[in-house]
Design a protein. Sequence first.
Length: 125
Amino acid sequence: MADAAFDPDFLIDLFAPFARVTVKRMFSGHAVYRDGIVFALAIQAGLFLKADAETTPLFEAAGMPPFTYGRASGERIVASYRRMPDACFDDEDELRKWAAIAWEAARRAPVKPKRSRSKAPRQER
């Protein structure tokens, strides 16, 4: 399923029973957006849904591990995304349920201010 997870058309079709989504390339995969808010990540390791303090227990109860990645230092970081249950690929009701859980977590997340793309001019001394 990992190869299909990288295809934007696949992701749009997969989440269609839940909502109209957009997909943008990021790092080694894609971010899945609804109304401009990321609620899922499709990367080499699989498909992950947004989680927060309120929803993490639901993912844990379902046995869904967190998304982790390594830094150059070898440190493992646990991000606020959990693996999407396999049943979501075959069962639209399960997909709607888990996507809604992720969407609500994404909506509750604080909005990070956008970083300016232009550098401030250097001041001469």
